[in-house]
Design a protein around this ligand. Structure first.
Ligand SMILES: *[C@@H]1O[C@H](CO)[C@@H](O)[C@H](O)[C@H]1NC(C)=O
Ligand SMILES: *[C@@H]1O[C@H](CO)[C@@H](O)[C@H](O)[C@H]1NC(C)=O
Ligand SMILES: *[C@@H]1O[C@H](CO)[C@@H](O)[C@H](O)[C@H]1NC(C)=O
Ligand SMILES: *[C@@H]1O[C@H](CO)[C@@H](O)[C@H](O)[C@H]1NC(C)=O
Ligand SMILES: *[C@@H]1O[C@H](CO)[C@@H](O)[C@H](O)[C@H]1NC(C)=O
Ligand SMILES: *[C@@H]1O[C@H](CO)[C@@H](O)[C@H](O)[C@H]1NC(C)=O
Ligand SMILES: *[C@@H]1O[C@H](CO)[C@@H](O)[C@H](O)[C@H]1NC(C)=O
Ligand SMILES: *[C@@H]1O[C@H](CO)[C@@H](O)[C@H](O)[C@H]1NC(C)=O
Ligand SMILES: *[C@@H]1O[C@H](CO)[C@@H](O)[C@H](O)[C@H]1NC(C)=O
Ligand SMILES: *[C@@H]1O[C@H](CO)[C@@H](O)[C@H](O)[C@H]1NC(C)=O
Length: 403
């Protein structure tokens, strides 16, 4: 493994932000005496940052503190914050309405590991935000609270419980939303009957979503990423799912989906990552997966798929991850695929002694061969024994002939 080529890759996100912020003001910081461009942060905002326990002894626009990400604009006479990332907040941090009101210049606001109370945001700030992220922060959020950020293009809530009567409460007025992540949030709701057509990224994984996938989802022709894994969803994949022509990564894993995998998916030629595992999909495995040039991950394990696996070994070796174990009526053609691949399914025309079904479908990839090993030992012992018997008979015959 080569180390990452640049330090940016290993630096935490906030360092990257700081780097960008510092480099954008570099001419100013290097020649502070040269001109009027050495403007500093608005004193009201300095006060607000201080109330959030952010050190302000040095100007956060020019020399940001190493622990808080702050990005400023270049306005005169005072600069204003456009981005703020708070993390690992002290337990006694409480947001004040006044402080937030003076931070209405922010477009981007992130909380990571800040267990403070979610007070009502001043509407200037709520309207100004295009990016809001909350990871492991605020003890609990409500849909109504989130719904006020109507100008967001990017919403992330993760590892924070969200209580709402429906996703439509949150999304109803966010007309500009492109990226939506509400994951690990115990969200109990059904999927909205209509989603914004401009969405490119939808991650609602690991919640308690119920109901099925509304057919209107197929209108999201810009959607590149869809992750609905680990919910309580059921029903079939809409027939026109292949209309999602921009889709690259899809996970419907660990729900109760059923029915067959629609043929229309063959139209999504850019698919990279497909995870349909741990559902009740039935029908046959479609051959078209082997024609998707960019496919890297295909997980179909623990379903009710049946028939002959329509792939050859060179296709499966090309993938980074391929799993089909735990489909008890699915088999492989052993004149096309070697049993050495350990797929966790049986060869089609075998007697039951060749059965290669895993006890634990999760480790089908690494599973040790439990049948052929002992058989080889038995065969070896048998050959050894018969050689000895043959030798003894030969010796007896030889001794009789000589005597
Ligand atoms: C925040 O806390 C986490 C976990 O304790 C730690 O790994 C991380 O380095 C901290 N980040 C900063 C900037 O203090
Ligand atoms: C946000 O949306 C409101 C109305 O929904 C609009 O009046 C306002 O100009 C927008 N603000 C920004 C900064 O885009
Ligand atoms: C979701 O609920 C479970 C049990 O009801 C709980 O253990 C878990 O911490 C909750 N998750 C969040 C993000 O609150
Ligand atoms: C969620 O909100 C509803 C209505 O506001 C409330 O009755 C319910 O107790 C809340 N649930 C939790 C787990 O807080
Ligand atoms: C959303 O998409 C439509 C049609 O593709 C486009 O006309 C509109 O400008 C987009 N809206 C935003 C906010 O990007
Ligand atoms: C899809 O997943 C791959 C890794 O499996 C990642 O590199 C790529 O950026 C993802 N694409 C999208 C649109 O999220
Ligand atoms: C979907 O989300 C789950 C849980 O958040 C994650 O483990 C999985 O890697 C995601 N799948 C894809 C295709 O990104
Ligand atoms: C496949 O699942 C669908 C939906 O649950 C069901 O109607 C159908 O009978 C199943 N087909 C087979 C062959 O099991
Ligand atoms: C394996 O399958 C792929 C896709 O169907 C095909 O292009 C390729 O020629 C096959 N390889 C062999 C060795 O049969
Ligand atoms: C297995 O493959 C061979 C050679 O391609 C073919 O003749 C045979 O019909 C296949 N068997 C099954 C069960 O598909």
């Amino acid at each position: 493994m080569k180390p990452p080529p640049s330090s940016l890759n290993s630096a935490p996100f906030f360092l990257l932000l700081l780097h960008l912020a510092v480099s954008s003001v570099a001419p100013t910081t290097e020649t502070p005496s040269s001109s009027s461009s050495s403007s500093t942060l608005d004193p009201k905002q300095i006060e607000a940052l201080a109330s959030l326990n952010i050190p302000t002894a040095r100007d956060p626009c020019i020399q940001p503190s190493p622990h808080k990400a702050t990005v400023c604009d270049r306005s005169e006479p005072f600069r204003h914050l456009v981005s703020l990332h708070l993390f690992n907040c002290s337990a006694d941090l409480s947001l004040s309405f006044t402080a937030l009101k003076s931070l209405s210049s922010l477009h981007s606001l992130s909380f990571t590991n800040c267990h403070t109370s979610p007070i009502r945001f001043p509407s200037d700030l709520a309207l100004s935000l295009t990016y809001f992220s909350c990871i492991l922060s605020f003890r609990r959020l409500t849909g109504v609270w989130l719904s006020r950020f109507v100008n967001l293009t990017d919403l992330t809530v993760s590892f924070t419980p969200v209580n709402t009567t429906g996703l439509y409460v949150i999304l109803g007025n966010m007309h500009k939303l492109k990226t939506l992540t509400i994951s690990h949030a115990n969200l109990t709701s059904s999927l909205p009957r209509h989603l914004r057509q401009n969405l490119t990224h939808v991650d609602l994984s690991d919640n308690k979503l119920k109901g099925n996938i509304p057919p209107s989802i197929t209108l999201l022709e810009d959607l590149e990423y869809l992750n609905l894994s680990s919910n309580g969803l059921h029903g079939v994949i809409p027939t026109q799912f292949g209309d999602l022509i921009s889709l690259e990564n899809l996970s419907l894993a660990s729900n109760s989906f059923s029915g067959s995998i629609p043929d229309s998916i063959s139209a999504i030629t850019g698919l990279v990552h497909v995870d349909l595992s741990n559902n009740q999909f039935n029908g046959t495995v479609p051959r078209f997966f082997s024609e998707l040039k960019g496919l890297k991950v295909l997980k179909l394990e623990n379903n009710e798929l049946h028939g002959v696996l329509p792939f050859n070994a060179s296709f499966m070796k090309k993938l980074d991850v391929f799993k089909v174990g735990g489909n008890s009526n699915l088999c492989y053609n052993h004149s096309v695929i070697s049993s050495k691949l350990k797929l966790g399914i049986a060869p089609c025309d075998s007697d039951s002694s060749d059965y290669d079904e895993g006890d634990n479908a999760d480790d089908t990839g690494e599973k040790k061969d439990q049948h052929h090993g002992p058989n080889k030992v038995v065969l070896g012992v048998a050959i050894g024994l018969s050689s000895i018997v043959f030798l003894i008979v030969f010796l007896i015959l030889l001794s009789k002939w000589c005597g």
